[in-house]
Design a binder for this molecule. Sequence first.
Ligand code: DX5
Ligand code: ZN
Length: 220
Amino acid sequence: LGRSLLAPSLLSADMMDVGGSVESLRGAFDWLHVDVMDGHFVPNLTFGPGFVRALRGRFPHAFLDVHLMVEEPDRMVSDFASAGADLLCVHVEAARHLHRLIGSMRDLGVMAGVSLNPATPVEWVYPVLHMVDLVLVMSVNPGFGGQRFIPETLEKTVALARYREARGLGFLIEMDGGLGEENCAEVCRAGCDVVVAGSAVFGQADPHRAATGILSKLGR
Ligand code: DX5
Ligand code: ZN
């Protein structure tokens, strides 16, 4: 605790004024989490590379954490990298040739992350842990904001933190879904370094206050 980051999810921002939503936080965040959904890997549609490019233009110094909930992510990583993403996270359930895909993300000059759905065993990412910058442990089934945290996912974070320690690796652990002021400290104690929060930030009447409330629970 004390060094965990907050990544508000723009999925819950005002879709008519995303820039205004981000500005309403008045800097009370670390990363901006962008949920890309293709209507196939998940039953919802959201943002494309044009959105990431516009975000990059408006917030040149923000760290853009792009979560790709898409089938065939290998066909999309280059467009999102050139749009200005800092980190691209692909789902292991969607990536057929994971080492090759991570290698191509590296070649594109972005940070490389891999994500696990709640029911996917943590062992699925073990073969690539030496080559990723981040593992995203989904704590809800992806597709929508405002769902309940699935507690069984916490043990994957614990296992990843132990594995990282035992092997001297440096990847970050991020959790996404159902997180807010009431449970963010607990997931960070389990080993989470980056807390994604959508509805707990932008779904609140005062998003700035909500974000600072979460940051204070993170010891910030
Ligand atoms: C879920 C997305 C999340 C979502 C989280 O498919 O990956 O990033 O925005 O929303 P909350 O924090 O409301 O559960
Ligand atoms: Zn997400």
